[in-house]
Design a protein around this ligand. Structure first.
Ligand code: FAD
Length: 368
């Protein structure tokens, strides 16, 4: 949808979900994203950012990361009180982008059931169940990590299922998080606390499957105590303020994302572990880059030309590979039980914490 908004009235969106309800529910959406400065810039370019209610967005001004030996930590914050990221709700973000897309002339067809794809020299055709055919110069598959478009185009993917489930919930806190995001690399998983406005915060606990099941089955008070203790009571007592959701975690590598007449963006092109909270940011940068490549094409090129789509593929490769490599290796390193691994990873955190340039590098990377 963000790609469509970036291109405007030349795009038709075929969305399988039904139309969005008129209003979003008042409680905070269980899904929240940490949006990078790069994503915010793109959302501003496509007139979506200002459509989100500012009072429901929380700026992250400091990051604290803890090891699992009780003393190793790494803290960083950008200079000049700038934000590292902004936490926004998934439903309000989607609505803002969709409204921007409509206003820019994008045609959105909901409740579509695509049945087949045919790539022809004159364009790419999607035939919907029911018989209607949609033809365009290029088909952009943005249909998530289990992408139907990817399968239908015969693009290979390599998948690794982590033996972990993300447990997601919101809490009210005795003391407000005040813009500080915290992450604990624990022996039993990776726990992130993300600041929400006021006295709220959201957690993502990427826990081994058995622990995730145990956490999700706890009574609200018991879960709140467990989360409080896992985070060293950094925000005092907690009270559960939402349902508890669970998401299976996967790494999905897609070596080739482009063919003549079609290309993949977002999770369809790459699944990453959420420990760095970067999935949605990678997807926005895909959308931004593809829209730019299409906008800057030579008069001799057509939007579906393989050469043009390959340029996009190459431009995005380094960013996606780096994020998949780092999150996968961190997940592996902090999943090891061997005492040498425990010592190495905690020493690594302490070394980073005492190296100013490394912290600057981290802050800059997080803000991209
Ligand atoms: C627990 C957890 C926490 C996360 N936290 C973060 C975070 O903090 N920050 C972050 O950046 N990322 C995070 N992510 C990752 C993030 O959720 C994804 O990267 C992001 O949602 C991908 O967006 P997408 O548009 O590519 O795919 P999706 O959000 O999956 O959207 C796909 C769209 O395609 C539609 N669709 C599907 N199939 C079809 C079809 N056949 N035809 C037509 N339409 C179809 C769907 O209805 C949907 O609208 C997290 C993920 C998990 C699991």
């Amino acid at each position: 949808m963000a790609f469509a908004a970036a291109c405007g009235d030349e795009v038709r969106v075929l969305e399988s979900a039904p139309p969005r309800p008129d209003a979003d529910p008042e409680p905070f959406d269980i899904r929240v994203y940490a949006l990078s400065a790069g994503s915010r810039a793109f959302l501003r370019e496509i007139d979506a950012w200002h459509r989100m209610p500012a009072e429901r967005i929380s700026a992250v001004t400091r990051m604290e990361i803890f090891g699992d030996d009780g003393r190793s930590r790494l803290e960083f914050s950008p200079p000049g009180g700038k934000a590292l990221a902004w936490i926004a709700e998934s439903n309000r973000l989607s609505r803002a982008i969709e409204d921007a897309a409509r206003e820019r002339g994008v045609v959105i067809s909901n409740a579509c059931r695509p049945g087949s794809i045919a790539v022809r020299p004159g364009g790419t055709e999607v035939v919907l169940e029911g018989g209607e055919a949609a033809v365009g110069d290029v088909l952009v598959g943005a249909d998530g990590v289990d992408s139907w478009v990817r399968r239908e185009l015969g693009l290979a993917s390599e998948e690794k299922r982590y033996a972990e489930t993300a447990v997601v919930a919101h809490f009210r806190c005795e003391r407000p998080a005040a813009g500080v995001a915290r992450q604990w690399f624990r022996a039993d998983g990776i726990l992130a606390w993300l600041p929400l406005p006021g006295d709220r915060m959201s957690i993502v606990w990427s826990a081994r499957d058995a622990l995730a099941e145990e956490l999700a089955a706890l009574e609200p008070e018991a879960l709140a105590r467990r989360v409080r203790d896992a985070g060293g009571a950094a925000l005092g007592d907690l009270a559960l303020d939402s349902a508890v959701a669970r998401f299976a975690l996967r790494l999905v590598r897609v070596p080739r994302i482009a063919v003549q007449g079609a290309v993949l963006v977002g999770d369809a092109a790459h699944g990453v572990h959420p420990l760095a909270g970067q999935g949605v940011n990678l997807g926005f940068q895909d959308a931004r880059n593809l829209a730019r490549e299409l906008g800057a094409r030579s008069p001799l090129e057509r939007p579906g030309d393989f050469g043009l789509l390959r340029r996009h593929e190459r431009a995005r490769r380094a960013d996606v590979d780096a994020m998949q490599f780092v999150t996968d290796r961190l997940e592996w390193l902090f999943g090891l039980d061997a005492s040498l691994a425990v010592a190495v990873r905690n020493a690594g955190l302490r070394a980073m914490d005492s190296t100013a340039w490394a912290k600057r590098l981290l802050a800059n990377r997080a803000m991209r």
